[in-house]
Write a protein that binds this ligand. Structure first.
Ligand code: SAM
Ligand code: SF4
Length: 336
């Protein structure tokens, strides 16, 4: 920990959770329209002046890093659509205290951008891919671009500084089951860690229902019956349970926020593209950083505002409780 980080009060919430991970959304726009995330059309975009500049993002990251945040994950919307993204990565990686800058992307632009991202200092990546079938891909993303995403993944393989390559699939009952074993074979054949994420009620269409939930446990059972799995030790704050195939060929993971919430070890906060700090994916409130950023607040003041939000971080999400209230924004607007 740097002297500066020791000097400033660390981000520890009222439940004793140390905040070390900040998800930074760099844009709300996207080149896909995944059914579980965005509406087909009609979502109003932020205006350019509403979106934080790179200088503003870097400043918020620096202040967070001085208070104990070490991991930065860039997301969106689709982060690769933000002009100059590699430049932002190389700036953030140099912020004292930041140990890693990672990216979550739909992969569409990776074939073109993988080299630039590697050169900028990106060391880890999550590529979202929910199906290996062209028709199903076109249905779920509302875009016919499976081949580009697969080509983007292959391009990543050439850049050995970006590892591991994680492929994240949102699991939806009635959609994912027929491909579970295909994904297992994909994870065995390719140098990608395939992870299944439970579908959460964060879709803009508000069509989520519990019947569509396909749990990580169910998928685990389907894979384990054919390709035996062995658990791997994971960091307690990790969102995923990771298993390797018993014969040593690859890994799969399960992110089970609905059926097995991991809120008690959550070490994350989120910054939206328009400069709102969120302490939970499911927060019904946000803390504005953009106004103080743009009206001359000092680093100390900004740090205090952020710390105030951290102290109000929710104990847990309430998806499974009666009277659950949906988040104030959908996934692409929050930054998943
Ligand atoms: N566009 C990028 C992408 O798709 O990877 C980054 C932003 S996207 C909002 C981040 C992640 O959230 C993706 O892995 C996506 O599959 C996931 N996601 C979006 N809506 C979701 C939902 N309702 N439930 C679970 N995961 C969701
Ligand atoms: Fe875009 Fe990612 Fe949302 Fe799909 S999940 S619509 S790629 S932001």
């Amino acid at each position: 920990m740097s002297a500066q980080a020791q000097h400033n009060q660390q981000f520890i919430d009222s439940f004793g959770r140390r905040i070390e991970d900040m998800r930074v959304s760099v844009i709300d726009k996207c080149n896909f329209r995944c059914t579980y995330c965005m509406p087909a059309e009609g979502l109003a975009w932020l205006r350019n002046r509403e979106i934080l500049t790179f200088d503003e993002i870097e400043r918020v990251v620096r202040i967070a890093a001085e208070r104990g945040v070490t991991q930065i994950r860039l997301t969106g919307g689709e982060p690769t659509v933000r002009k100059g993204l590699p430049d932002l990565i190389s700036r953030l990686i140099r912020v004292p205290g930041v140990e890693e800058v990672t990216l979550t992307t739909n992969g569409f632009l990776l074939r073109r951008m993988a080299r630039e991202l590697a050169d900028a200092g990106l060391t880890r990546i999550n590529v979202s891919l929910d199906t290996l079938t062209r028709e199903k891909f076109a249905h779920i993303t509302r875009r016919d671009h499976l081949d580009e995403v697969l080509a983007g993944l292959e391009e990543l393989e050439k850049h050995s500084t970006i590892r591991p390559i994680k492929v994240n699939a949102v699991a939806i009952r009635g959609f994912t089951e027929p491909e579970v074993l295909d994904f297992a074979r994909f994870a065995r054949r390719k140098p990608y860690v395939v992870r299944f994420i439970e579908f959460m009620p964060l879709d803009a269409d508000e069509s989520w229902s519990r019947e569509q939930l396909l749990t990580g446990r169910e998928i685990y059972e389907m894979i384990n019956a054919v390709y035996p799995l062995v658990p791997r030790d994971t960091d307690p704050s990790s969102t995923s349970r990771v298993y390797r195939f018993a014969d040593g060929r690859g890994e799969v993971g399960f992110i089970n926020p609905v059926s097995e919430p991991f809120c008690s070890t959550c070490n994350r906060i989120r910054l939206t593209a328009d400069g709102q700090l969120r302490t939970c994916l499911f927060s019904t409130w946000e803390t504005d950083l953009r106004a103080p950023l743009r009206s001359g607040a000092s680093d100390e003041e900004l740090g205090r505002i952020m710390h105030g939000a951290v102290l109000r971080k929710e104990m847990k999400h309430h998806i499974n409780d009666p009277g659950f209230v949906r988040a104030s924004r959908s996934m692409s607007q929050i930054g998943g």
